[in-house]
Design a protein. Structure first.
Length: 436
């Protein structure tokens, strides 16, 4: 028996050994998903300077890459949540992988047509598939085991997402981002560099979809409509859970801040008053930003078994604010390394906010996951906002935008995540039985 009614699973240490079934094989298979969408998402940080140079875009225009990618989360998350509730996690994952593969295929005609709008359309389709994967996989990992270690478990699997985001920029710097200078740009050959890598990604996504169609994932009862109790259909709306709604704002702020920083790292390190690096060299340093998140998540998986997740979340957000203040008040490589170091403190934020947000949602877990994933649209809004300030007041001062985002996360970690009154009927719905 899995008891997911420990209400604030984030607030208490485990009181008894977990005696439920082992989900290790399923968790191992799921790590491939986290790795793939991490790699794909971080490639946007390479596409931005690459397409900015090819199409001669402003910062705001180049930020439309992130706007279309993360805008898909806003449009598709709630439909994805309902789909996962109706079809279950496994089918949701298969459909998500297939959709993402189709989006990757779209890069080939976009490059052939040398069309920036077609690139944006392909990114939207790709991100729609990733959205469905996020909506299905994140809560699924959370319920595969005891609730008291949900944050630790999701941080561990998210560490492999960070492995993907670490590898992505490095591979992108080699296969996509080349040194382009003014009149020397050969538009056709430069833009064609994206075709091969994204065709390979499409093949991998379709292969993983086939693998999941053959792998029997365990069913965790009581966490979607396909396994909910027969009398569990009149529970209050998911929007009545304040910790979920405030958690959605926290996800918006976190993803917005993280993506805004990643989007402008190459441009920041290329500036003469910071590091003066060539773009293909600077792109490799972006791997350190995401690699810090990977290391932090492995460490966080251990720390979160001992320390309250809300406290760890607030501490890390405060450290990120401090590093941004250091960067904005200095210049040169101090600013560069301060911003890169934020990746380490970003590490536990998304999985921790996510598990705090879906705590005690019962059969609404899938829908709640959709609400949280919808908030990932912050990754579309905040880079555009920072791009506006970068165009008007300068790139380095514009990093005050993510600092504001982290300030809200401090609040959520200290107060906002606390579970308020949850109806008894909803609590009982959260008790899950397993069926292998």
């Amino acid at each position: 028996m899995i008891n997911s009614t420990n209400g604030a699973s984030s607030q208490a240490a485990p009181t008894a050994p977990y005696s439920g079934p082992s989900y290790m094989p399923a968790l191992v298979v799921l790590t491939s998903l986290f790795f793939m969408w991490g790699l794909i998402t971080s490639l946007n940080d390479i596409l931005i300077p690459h397409l900015k140079a090819i199409f001669t875009l402003s910062y705001v225009q180049a930020s439309l890459i992130q706007f279309c990618f993360f805008g898909a989360y806003f449009v598709m998350s709630l439909p994805s949540g309902y789909l996962v509730e109706k079809l279950g996690y496994r089918l949701g994952i298969i459909i998500g992988l297939s959709t993402a593969g189709i989006g990757c295929l779209g890069f080939y005609p976009a490059a052939s047509a040398q069309s920036y709008p077609l690139f944006l359309a392909a990114l939207f389709v790709l991100a729609s598939g990733i959205t469905l994967l996020q909506v299905a996989a994140n809560p699924y990992v959370s319920v595969l085991g005891p609730p008291t270690t949900a944050a630790s478990r999701l941080n561990l699997t998210q560490a492999f997402n960070s492995l993907g985001t670490t590898v992505g920029p490095y591979l992108g710097s080699i296969f996509i981002l080349t040194v382009v200078t003014g009149a020397a740009i050969d538009k056709a050959s430069e833009i064609a560099t994206v075709q091969g890598p994204y065709l390979i990604l499409a093949g991998l996504l379709f292969a993983i979809a086939v693998m999941f169609s053959q792998f029997k994932l365990p069913v965790v009862r009581g966490t979607d409509a396909t396994t909910a109790a027969a009398d569990d259909h009149n529970v209050p709306s998911v929007w009545k859970h304040s910790h979920l709604v405030l958690g959605a704002v926290a996800i918006f702020m976190y993803v917005g801040g993280e993506v805004a920083i990643g989007s402008y790292l190459v441009s920041l390190m290329s500036q003469p008053d910071v590091a003066g690096l060539q773009e293909n060299v600077a792109a490799r340093y972006v791997s350190l930003y995401w690699g810090g998140a990977m290391v932090g998540r492995f460490i966080g998986a251990v720390v979160l078994r001992k320390v309250k997740p809300g406290h760890v979340l607030a501490f890390n957000a405060a450290c990120a604010i401090l590093l941004l203040i250091v960067a904005m008040s200095s210049a040169g490589k101090v600013a560069m390394w301060a911003v890169l170091s934020i990746g380490f403190f970003n590490s536990i934020m998304f999985p921790t906010i996510f598990t705090l947000g879906i705590a005690r949602l019962g059969r609404h877990t899938g829908e709640g996951s959709g609400v949280l994933c919808m908030a990932i649209v912050g990754g579309a809004i905040m880079p555009v906002a920072q791009g506006y300030f970068a165009d008007t007041i300068g790139l380095l001062p514009s990093f005050f935008v993510p600092a504001v985002c982290y300030a809200y996360i401090v609040f959520y970690g200290l107060k906002g995540h606390i579970v308020r009154s949850v109806p008894d009927r909803e609590i009982s719905a959260g008790s899950a039985r397993t069926n292998m």
